[in-house]
Design a protein around this ligand. Structure first.
Ligand SMILES: [Zn+2]
Length: 200
């Protein structure tokens, strides 16, 4: 997909044809996962928004798709950090259920065990990234999506200031979802977004 300035939008047509729950269930069935069991463990299914917006690119040069309302909050937070001399880089924003399913298929094909995958990755239908409200962040000179991000000035800044922009750390140590500690994963709960999601 080519990114046009200043803003390009895309509609996720499938979400309008099929409910998020049915979509998640069908992905889980195809992967051989017990949808109801996952739903009990992880809570509500997270649907994809009808509209997404991308105004910049991620660390890998891909368009950074986010819920349109989340873009402004993200850009304001990023700018505030920059004024404080802190650079916030993005590894990824929105991820579709299709993308998440492909990720899971690769892990299962490689012989990884279900519990091991569940500790680090939400099954399709349960990732906060489906909402277009979640961002995986990165700091230069630190490893990507690794725990040492918590030692970065970026993390310290987020810890002190993110709530001002209605972003929160979704998976602190010992979180109820059972996911490993993810200091890089931040969720925008503004504009009537849930203040707490149970699943990544
Ligand atoms: Zn994440």
């Amino acid at each position: 997909m080519r990114l046009r300035a200043p803003c390009m939008r895309v509609a996720t047509v499938r979400a309008t044809m099929q409910s998020a729950e049915a979509q998640a269930r069908s992905h889980c069935d195809l992967l051989g996962l017990d949808f109801m069991q996952l739903r009990t463990r992880l809570g509500v299914v997270i649907g994809e928004p009808a509209t997404l917006s991308a105004r910049e690119r991620d660390l890998y040069g891909r368009p950074l798709w986010l819920l349109p309302a989340a873009v402004g909050a993200w850009q304001q937070m990023c700018e505030a950090a920059r004024r404080d001399g802190v650079e916030l880089l993005v590894v990824s924003g929105f991820r579709s259920m299709d993308y998440q399913a492909a990720l899971w298929r690769r892990k299962l094909s490689a012989g990884q065990r279900l519990d091991a995958i569940l500790a680090v990755s939400a099954p399709p239908g349960f990732s906060e990234h489906h909402s277009g409200r979640a961002l995986d962040l990165h700091a230069r000179a630190y490893r990507v999506l690794e725990r040492d991000f918590e030692r970065s000035p970026a993390f310290a800044w987020l810890h002190a200031h993110a709530a001002r922009f209605q972003f929160r750390l979704s998976y602190p140590e010992g979180n109820a979802s059972g996911y490993v500690y993810e200091p890089w994963h931040w969720y925008w709960y503004g504009a009537a977004g849930r203040t707490r999601a149970r699943a990544s």
